[in-house]
Every structure is written in structure tokens, then in C-alpha cells.
Design a protein around this ligand. Sequence first.
Ligand SMILES: C[S@@+](CC[C@H](N)C(=O)[O-])C[C@H]1O[C@@H](n2cnc3c(N)ncnc32)[C@H](O)[C@@H]1O
Length: 510
Amino acid sequence: MRQSDYILETPINYRKDYGQFFTPSLVASIMAKWVTENKPRKILDPAFGLGIFYQEIRQLNLAYQWHFTAYEIDNNILSYLDSIENHNNLIIFNQDYLVSDINYYDAIICNPPYMRFQKFINRHEILPKIEQQICKKLGGYSNIASIFLIKALQELKSNGRLAFILPFEFFNTGYGKEIKKMLIEKHLLKQIIIFANEKDIFPDATTTICILLCQNDHLKQDIKITNINNTQEIKEISNISDYYHHQLNHTQLPPQKKWTPIILSLLSEQKLPEGFCKLSEYGTFKRGIATGANDFFALNKSKIEQLQLNDNNVCLCITKSNLIKKAIFTDKDIELLIKQDKPIYCLNIKETNNQAILNYLKLGEEKGYHERYLTKNRQPWYKLEKREPAPILFGVFNRGRLKVIRNFTNIINFTCYHGFYPNLFGNNLIDKLFIYLISDIGQDIIKMNKRSYGNNLDKFEPGDLNDSYCPNIEQFNAMNQQKVNEIIEIVKRDEKEAILMSNKLIKKII
Ligand SMILES: C[S@@+](CC[C@H](N)C(=O)[O-])C[C@H]1O[C@@H](n2cnc3c(N)ncnc32)[C@H](O)[C@@H]1O
């Protein structure tokens, strides 16, 4: 289906009149996956456009018979569809969805036209009919998109799922109150997805956009709030239900109140102690070394001996998250890990004229490690990314408490940890920053930027950490250095006690 041709050949004012803004395929794909999870047979798209949702659902290759009904008012846009007659499970009605007879569907997926109802063609004729169908008084100030939603919710079968794109401002409008009431009281609303930089994701859109995920199952569940910042993030989501940053119960979203401030306060810095600044003022978190073939690059002492590799071609490296068990990491810990024959080394080839190295590389090539996505694009394929040892390490995946490590060694690390690299301002604040990061307040504030992966598993990208907040320089300067040194000593013996002391110290400065 030829979206680019259509956009090029159609004047913008024509598209505006029909509310023709297109859903990017990545977003449509997430919605398609969600609505089809319960194996729906009858699926509806009330505003078909060029059929991105139908396309995405087809690509899922569902292993059962399903049928797709669509409405599209504009026959001009329909003439851009490629050979839809070949698709015998698709029926498109070239009609106004709002005046169509009520029908029932197992799944509904939609990016409705967005325009004031007053601008809608024939509104005087159709208003009474719609009001009668949906048993609600609408008033002329509604937005077409919300009327689409009300009608679609009415057409959703029991247990059916609905994914709907809406302007975020809908949550604040007077006309939105009725719908919000319905979403909350009937326990339809399950998740709200907000796009922080919608221009990146929806270049075509003129308003801030969100997606509502609803299910007609009457189950009283918390409502998940997901905040998406960029297209890359969307690509990494495998199951949107497991990907959220906050949960709200129904009392936290009263229909008569504006929802935007409630939701934004969850995502913004409002709960931050006064004066806090971005962590990036003190340095940068960077991801660890991505080898593309950890099995090949990570080595233990016995393997190094067996392969007869010399010290010049290996370096000390944290190759797995669980090699570090405590919040302070010292040379003594390295010695112990070496004794225990843990994979605490990484291949770092400096001499290619060495027979032992050549043999090992040949072995790697036989196993196809040089053909992996990352290695294939490196010159030579076994070249290691450059990283300096980082004085603070931060676990990429965390359950419950965030894994923060004060690294007193010269070890480098793989991608299981992000490393903090201080700048001039951060250089003298490493211990203080570490104390902040292990304190309960610090952990809560950093978690504001987490990405939830379900099952209490949280992930952080380096950018999430750089954008998170911490005390400003005056606040850090006000921290008692003697107490700081004391805590660093205590962490080695008693982490719980150190956290309590850190809490007290941080409370004092904020
Ligand atoms: C925002 S676009 C979405 C198109 C496509 N589903 C997508 O997501 O890319 C809305 C579509 O609904 C169509 N439309 C507008 N008013 C309509 C109505 N009353 N009934 C059915 N379709 C309508 C427009 O022509 C437009 O193609």
C-alpha cells in the first residue's frame, strides 16, 4: 500500500479535512500484537486509511482464520490500495463509520480521524443517529476521535481487546469526562502509552499522541503507564503489556479530573527534592563492551592456560553480572575470582603473530563467531571496543534494589554493567555519588527512569541514567567527608547498615 505516493500526491488540506495522519508501522505492530493476543476472529478498523493495521496483523501470520472489517469514508484514498481483492479475509466499507449499524467484534484497532466535530461533514444529519446508537448526548464540541472511541467500545465483545490512538489532550477535555468515566467504571482501561518525543515517532502528527489499550473483561486491575521516548525503544519491546513504568489504581484517575497532570507528574521531575540536577553534570554512563560473542571472548584462568595465551592478549574484565556480589569491588575480589577460575578475563589481542592466538582465532572462525552481527562489522572481527575502568558500575537489569558497585580496581566490563565516567566536576565526587546511588532516596529517584520488563525486572539504558537526577554540587559539598569515608568502609562489611547511614546523610543535604 503506497503511503509515500499518497502523501506526495495529496494536498495537505485535503488530508486535514479527512483527518488523514498515518500510524508508523512500528507503532501499528505493537498495537496489532496486543489486540491479537487472545486469538480474535472478527477484527475491526473503523478508520482504515491505507490499511497499516491490516498489514501488520497479516504479518503476524496468525495460525487460525480471522476476518477483518474496515471503514473508510474517502474513496480517493482507497484507490491507492494495492490489489486488496486478493485478500479474502478483508472487507472495506467505503462509508462513514459513525453512521454504520452497530456490530460486535473480538478486537478493534484504530487511529481515528482527529478533528473538531463542528468541522465534520453532515454533522447535523448524523448527530442524532449516533447519539441514539451510543445512548449518549454528545454536544457539538466533541472531537470526532472520541466519538469513534465511544462507538468502538460499544462494539467490543466480551473479553475483546481494543487499541486506540488518541490525542493526549483528550484526557483533559470536558467531552472526555464521560468516556473516562466509562473506561474506569467498567474497568476497560488497562494501559496508557505516552510518546515523550512524538515528533520522532509520529512525524506526521500535529498533536501529542497516546495509545489506549482496553479489554472488556471487567477485571479490576491497575492501569499501566508506559512512556516511550524514541523509535529505538519501540523496536526493543517484545510484549507491550510487560513494558510499563508506573501503575495507577482506579482511584488515582478520577474521571472528573484532568489526567494529563496526573500522568505527567509520574513521569516528570515533580517529586524531586529541590535543587537536584542531572547526573550527566558529573559525567557519563556508558554501556560496557559489546563483544558480539561473549562465549569466545570471556575466558577463565584454566582456559587461558590450556590455550597458552599470554598476558599481552588478555585483560581483566567483568564478563557476567553475577561475578560481583557486593557493592564494593576490590583487587582482593579479583584475586578470589581468579582462584575460583571464574571468567574474569577477556581476549584482547595485541599480537597476531603469536601461534596460540592464531589457533584460537581459527577455532572462533570455525564456530562462525566472525560472522556474527557485531563481529562482522569490525575490522578485524576480534577487535575489542575501547573502555577505561569505571569507578562506579551500574547493573543493566535489576530486580528490586538497583545494583550499584563502587569499583576500586582497574577492571573493565562487558555490557552486563554500565560504567560511570566522571568529568572534572564528578572526579572528586565519586564516593558521594555512590552513596547517593545506594541510598533509598537515590534508588527511588533513579527508578523514575527505569524501563519495566514485567516480573519486577527493570532495565536501564545509559541515557536513562544520565538523564536521572542527583544532588547539585552545593548539596554534595555539604556532605560530611568523614561520614562519607566511614560509609565506604562500612559497605565492605555491612551493606544494610551502610544504606541506613547513606539515607541519613542524603536526607541531611536535601
Ligand atoms: C488518522 S487516519 C488513520 C489511517 C490508518 N488507519 C492509519 O493508522 O495509518 C484516519 C482515516 O479515517 C478516515 N475517516 C475519516 N472520517 C471517517 C469516518 N467518519 N468514517 C470512516 N473513516 C473515516 C480518513 O479518511 C483516514 O483515512
